[in-house]
Ligand binder design. Sequence first.
Ligand SMILES: [Zn+2]
Length: 137
Amino acid sequence: MPDLFSPEERSRVMAKVRGQDTNPEKIVRSLIHRMGYRFRLHVKDLPGKPDIVLPKHRKVVFAHGCFWRQHPGCEHAARPGSNTEYWNKKLDRNVIRDQEHLERLLYLGWNVLIVWECELKDLDQLVEKLRRFLSDE
Ligand SMILES: [Zn+2]
């Protein structure tokens, strides 16, 4: 498999990933772009306004923050120890809403991939995950 990045690019992307203002969506978008796919952004007439939409392939990709979207089993999804009622309500609502969007997208015949923020730590593995999802095999 050809490497998507030159060493300089790789370190630049990794610096971005490690940075404070990590934007998972931007990074996933740039990976998919490098892989040669064309996509649309934030399609408002689809459930959940997916971050990345590939209409031709009928595929959508979401880039989710582990805490806000409650990545199952992820250490970054741990709920705060204080104000628990507030947080439980808020986070439960996010999870339910995401689940509803997912079900509606599947019902409409879309293929859905969720990339979690913590998966950006291993770019090679993430690229492989994207490749498997995006290829029409
Ligand atoms: Zn996670």
